[in-house]
Design a protein around this ligand. Sequence first.
Ligand SMILES: Cc1cc2nc3c(=O)[nH]c(=O)nc-3n(C[C@H](O)[C@H](O)[C@H](O)COP(=O)(O)OP(=O)(O)OC[C@H]3O[C@@H](n4cnc5c(N)ncnc54)[C@H](O)[C@@H]3O)c2cc1C
Length: 359
Amino acid sequence: MGEMGTKLNEVEWATGLRSVLDRVRRGARPRRPPAGLVEFGPWPTIPGSCLSMQTLLRRPMLAVADSAPVEGLIRRSGFSRGLVRRFVAGETLDEALAAVRGIAGQGMTVTLDQLGENVASAEAARAAVGSYVRILERMAGDGLEPNISVKLTMLGLDLGDDLAAENAVPILEAARRVGGFVRVDMEGSAYTGRTLAIVEALHDRFPDEVGTVIQSYLRRSADDVERLIGRGMRLRLVKGAYAEPADVAFQGKVEVDAAYARLMVRLLDAGRYPAIATHDPALLEAARLHVRREVIPFDRFEFQMLYGVRRDAQVALTREGYRMRVYVPYGTEWYPYFTRRIAERPANALFVLRQLVGG
Ligand SMILES: Cc1cc2nc3c(=O)[nH]c(=O)nc-3n(C[C@H](O)[C@H](O)[C@H](O)COP(=O)(O)OP(=O)(O)OC[C@H]3O[C@@H](n4cnc5c(N)ncnc54)[C@H](O)[C@@H]3O)c2cc1C
């Protein structure tokens, strides 16, 4: 396929979208839950919808993973090493860059994430700044498009908004020097408003170098998307990876996916080079249908997926002519990232639980 999709007619569009939405709904139908799980969790049921297994498992999984003994057990245990290596490209920048070269060889781009979050001292935050600057320079020096993802809590957000904002500046100056881009990842909802305020102020100074992330599970996101489209900010759209309360975030898969579809269409139509970041086959198909229907050129947006997740889809979409960016995390501080990947998928979670219980 060339640079642009073939325009679909109205009937194909309506039929295709209906089948996508049917699949979204079918996927969200409650299967018979295992005994004991029905009442599990503090989430209220949203009238007319149901809680997905993912929502049911995410909160307890993340809570258990947060305890020091469990972290020690998983870090020490040999079994997790293989699983960690599936999601994390290595512990050093050299290891990560070796993985990046393989990905680039398949026609995809990357964003590098040096893992770490919630630093507790200004020194640690400053060290992270130096490290991000070096990563951008190294990518440029190696002939790779310099693109990194950072978390403001790694730059000292827990110690103060001003500190995190000031620490971001040298990173963005480095990005400007090497023609690179810095994506500010979105963390838990306690940080959303502060992260957006900081990124919006930085964007006034660095309009081409910084962008952020919108989580479709947050009830506030439709308003944020409109405001940030108005500012011309580059946005990555994700579903959201943290355990959030019902007054802040949709709890059912149907609501989260429907919100994702609405925001995705809005960003594809009016956003500045949006990143559609999902592995969900139904939403990917909805994106492709929309792009073909509206004849949106393939260089006006990109898909993004996580390292180690649905590699088949990453390659297939690239072969179709779409732009695909792989989020490549690396470093020794892999534990919180790893637990979010595990909590995302019941099969992963049950595998880890079985290993822990079974020894
Ligand atoms: C590039 C990128 C950047 C991200 N940045 C952020 C961020 O800044 N803030 C944030 O809160 N979240 C972020 N996320 C995570 C995101 O919020 C979701 O938690 C994650 O992408 C899973 O949702 P999904 O859209 O793939 O759909 P899901 O419905 O969760 O998954 C769809 C299908 O994808 C596959 N899949 C998904 N996750 C896994 C997994 N862990 N292991 C194996 N298979 C899996 C399965 O086949 C699954 O059926 C990011 C995701 C991506 C792709």
